[in-house]
Design a binder for this molecule. Structure first.
Ligand SMILES: C[S@@+](CC[C@H](N)C(=O)[O-])C[C@H]1O[C@@H](n2cnc3c(N)ncnc32)[C@H](O)[C@@H]1O
Length: 261
């Protein structure tokens, strides 16, 4: 899997500027066996001490915003991906006149933070619990006038709508989801359908931000987007003991034969 990168081979670490990112999501992390052991220990710590945070209503805080997380909705702090994604959003990425789509909004974490900067945000999720949860969080943060939360299967409820920025923290694992809550992790065809639908929902200068992890089949998303003539480049990354998260920018590839001058 190849991803455009300014400096391949850069070290792991906290979020970097775009020029120092490696972003080979298919390459095993260094010290993989040790990371696996620590990963197992973390899994058991989660099962014994933290799982209740997924089974009851909890109040979390991400990027300075309070968020109520309902049972069956991905907790953006516990699973780290939502918090990492939301922390990257700022006025450099989201202009004040931007129309933003938060695909697979979950708790609404990215929609709430994006609405700090954007003119308007549409937040979509297929899970009824997530739709309820994101609506509550839009209200809780006083941004319900700028966030339109919708139930929908990917772009299905967005006919004819185009966006300046599309945010997506997708299910990483390629498998059949067992129930609505499991759709946060597993899907059989979201990579293909997202890549196929994206072009007709972007404004002429629009782009997407896609979060991928070394955990799961990130390569499938990148391959599908490249097949649909998008270029994919790392924007930020963060390494944890057992996985590395990379936030990618996804843009239409320039037509062949185009030069910079
Ligand atoms: C990894 S979670 C991300 C949640 C939230 N954006 C965050 O960052 O914490 C993926 C979300 O996508 C939703 N999802 C999965 N398949 C979907 C589909 N076909 N259409 C819309 N949403 C979908 C899931 O219900 C889940 O809320």
């Amino acid at each position: 899997m190849s991803i455009d990168s300014a400096a391949p081979g850069a070290a792991l670490g906290p979020a970097h500027g775009p020029s120092s990112l490696t972003c080979d999501l298919s390459r095993p992390l260094r010290y993989a066996p040790i990371r696996r052991i620590i990963g197992r220990a973390m899994h058991w710590r989660y099962r014994l001490l933290q799982r209740h945070r997924n089974e009851t209503v909890v109040l979390e805080r991400v990027a300075g915003q309070p968020l109520l997380v309902l049972p069956g909705v991905l907790n953006p702090n516990l699973m780290r991906t939502g918090a990492f994604f939301a922390e990257q959003l700022g006025p450099d990425l989201i202009r004040d006149d931007a129309e933003v789509l938060d695909m697979g909004t979950g708790s609404g974490v990215c929609a709430v933070v994006a609405a700090k900067y954007a003119r308007h945000v549409v937040a979509v999720d297929i899970s009824p619990a997530a739709v309820r949860c994101a609506s509550i969080n839009a209200l809780l943060n006083g941004r319900d006038d700028r966030i339109d939360v919708r139930a929908g299967d990917l772009f299905g409820s967005l006919a004819g709508r185009r966006f300046d920025v599309v945010l997506f923290n997708p299910p990483f694992i390629r498998a059949r989801a067992l129930d609505d809550a499991d759709r946060a992790w597993r899907s059989l065809d979201v990579a293909e359908r997202f890549a196929a639908g994206l072009e007709s929902h972007l404004t002429p200068t629009g782009f997407a931000l896609l979060l991928l992890s070394t955990y799961g089949d990130a390569g499938q998303y990148v391959r599908e987007l490249q097949r649909h003539h998008f270029t994919v480049a790392p924007f930020a990354e963060r390494a944890f003991v057992n996985e590395k998260l990379t936030l990618l920018t996804v843009r239409r590839a320039p037509p062949t034969g185009t030069t910079d001058d």
